[in-house]
Design a binder for this molecule. Structure first.
Ligand code: PEP
Length: 252
């Protein structure tokens, strides 16, 4: 059975007080993992230390939302993989569409960040997805293919054995518009088939998450699709009750 994961992406939200309350509610109410399910929250850098203290020894993992492609040196404002390891991160999101679009991260840079994460033993959650314009132009598969190929060209197909992919249609992120379960399934299947053409075993084992306005009331219909192995959750991960409900949907 494939591993399942629900990961919250807090983005640039929260503060010490709000985070403490959110984590306390998650710790008290999260369903026990099992059924190959894992849960995580990806917090802003300054809060990783307090998240680590709060979550150590619980069933919830944690990670970061970005990483430098460089190991160390004169890179003002950057955060390295080793630094994330110092704070016990298990996961790091790479290639989120907000990083690609607002901060100019190309597929090559994303691939380098993915490689940096893996060199340090972190699990990259590699985001791929198309804009509305690209979907309307019928080039969704081409876009995703290019995003994946950049990573595979740099790190090899075998690197996907230690990674998670998140399909996040840009038009569904933070918009309240969710891909239909069938739309999401079609792209997840496309991704899995593409990987299978190079390595069947890795394709069968890799977790592919869906992200884009997943809420408590639509999580289940997405998670029952055969190639959807969980979710990357933005807005709803900031509300304990909603995030717990989404995590419960992956477990059942
Ligand atoms: C995200 O930021 O990765 C995301 C999926 O956001 P939301 O759930 O708010 O659409």
């Amino acid at each position: 059975m494939r591993n399942k994961l629900v990961a919250g992406n807090w983005k640039m939200h929260g503060n010490l007080k709000e985070n403490a309350a959110l984590l306390e509610a998650l710790i008290s109410n999260m369903p026990k993992p099992g059924n190959n399910a894992d849960y995580a929250v990806c917090a802003p850098f300054p809060y990783l230390a307090s998240v680590q203290v709060a979550l150590q020894g619980t069933c919830i993992n944690w990670g970061a939302q970005n990483i430098s492609q460089y190991e160390k040196g004169a890179y003002t404002g950057e955060v390295s993989a080793d630094m994330l390891n110092d704070f016990g991160c298990r996961y790091v999101i790479v290639g989120h569409s907000e990083r690609r679009m607002l901060f100019g991260e190309t597929s090559q840079i994303v691939a380098e960040k993915y490689a940096a994460a893996q060199r340090a033993g972190l699990i990259p959650i590699l985001c791929v997805g198309e804009t509305l314009e690209q979907r309307d132009s019928d080039i969704t598969e081409q876009v995703i293919d290019e995003q994946l190929k950049a990573v595979i060209a740099l790190t090899g197909i075998e690197s996907l054995a230690k990674a998670v992919i998140a399909y996040e249609p840009v038009w569904a992120i933070g918009t309240g518009k969710t891909a239909t379960p069938q739309q999401a399934q079609d792209i997840h299947q496309f991704i899995r088939k593409g990987i299978a053409s190079q390595d069947k075993g890795i394709a069968e084992r890799i977790s592919i998450l869906y992200g884009g306005s997943v809420k408590a009331n639509n999580a289940m219909e997405l998670f029952v699709m055969p190639d959807i192995d969980g979710g990357l959750i933005g807005g709803a991960s900031l509300v304990a009750e909603d995030f717990v409900a989404i995590c419960s949907a992956i477990k059942s």
